[in-house]
Design a protein around this ligand. Structure first.
Ligand code: BGC
Length: 254
């Protein structure tokens, strides 16, 4: 079955039909640049452009959002326009594209995809998927089941919001070497490990493509640490999975 997935990010809004048997996009994805300011209205228009590139949606559509999403309403907006706070995103986007829409947190979507088709496949203990980018996103699983909206990127680390110190954006804006950044990521992972004792960390976000540059430098963490496998398409795949699962009970990664 193919279901459409859209990944709403700080720099781009990209989507594609997803083959849910294989956990892969079924056609080359289409991307538009995120408008600035990324108001709900402007973003909803972009989602429509992305969806319409592939024709009229024939079924439910899934969309990610880089903030807390409860029952289709976006509750936080750390790195996007504050107009999203309290927005019924599912109704707004659904109305714009003329199809039912399921909205979920971007890291939760990436996590669902990794647990089913990628690095977390078959793992039943506590698994934490972390996405490093503009912010740090988190998805926590146990028994293959997601605890949504965990927001571990905003843990306090050495007196700072952790994502301000250890995201890829922090690496870029402070021009940190791989080893200095890996030290921060290591400290962050050790803190998360102290709180949750996961058996596995899956490291996602664009930086997962360069895992060999920093994963070997991470110290002081006992859990296994592996790079994500779906790379850039994890959000799109996870969004489609969530849309397919909507209505059939809580979302599980199996
Ligand atoms: C947001 C999270 C999001 C993460 C990655 C954080 O700033 O609070 O909801 O998952 O960035 O986009």
């Amino acid at each position: 079955m193919n279901v459409f997935g859209v990944d709403i990010g700080g720099s781009g809004i990209k989507g594609a039909p997803v083959d849910l048997e294989r956990g892969e996009i079924a056609q080359e994805r289409f991307k538009v640049l995120t408008p600035h300011p990324a108001t709900p209205d402007a973003v909803a228009d972009c989602v429509r452009q992305v969806v319409e590139h592939f024709g009229r949606p024939s079924g439910p559509v899934g969309a990610t959002f880089p903030g807390v999403v409860v029952g289709g309403t976006t509750r936080t907006a750390a790195n996007v326009d504050k107009g999203w706070i309290g927005q019924d995103a599912a109704a707004l986007i659904g109305g714009r594209i003329g199809a039912p829409v399921t909205v979920l947190n971007d890291a939760d979507a990436a996590g669902l995809a990794e647990m089913t088709f990628g690095a977390g496949r078959g793992r039943t203990g506590t698994v934490i998927v972390l996405t490093f980018g503009t912010g740090i996103g988190s998805a926590v699983f146990t028994g293959g089941r997601l605890v949504p909206n965990t927001e571990l990127g905003h843990l306090e680390l050495q007196g700072h919001d952790a994502e301000r110190r250890a995201s890829t954006r922090a690496k870029e804006s402070e021009d940190l070497s791989w080893s200095r950044w890996a030290k921060r990521v290591g400290r962050y992972l050790a803190h998360v490990e102290m709180l949750f004792s996961p058996e596995l960390f899956v490291i996602g976000g664009g930086v997962s493509r360069k895992a060999e540059k920093f994963l070997p430098l991470i110290e002081g963490v006992s859990a296994e640490i592996v790079p994500a496998q779906l790379e850039n398409n994890a959000g799109i795949v996870g969004a489609a999975m969530a849309a397919a699962a909507a209505g059939s009970g809580p979302v599980a990664a199996t």
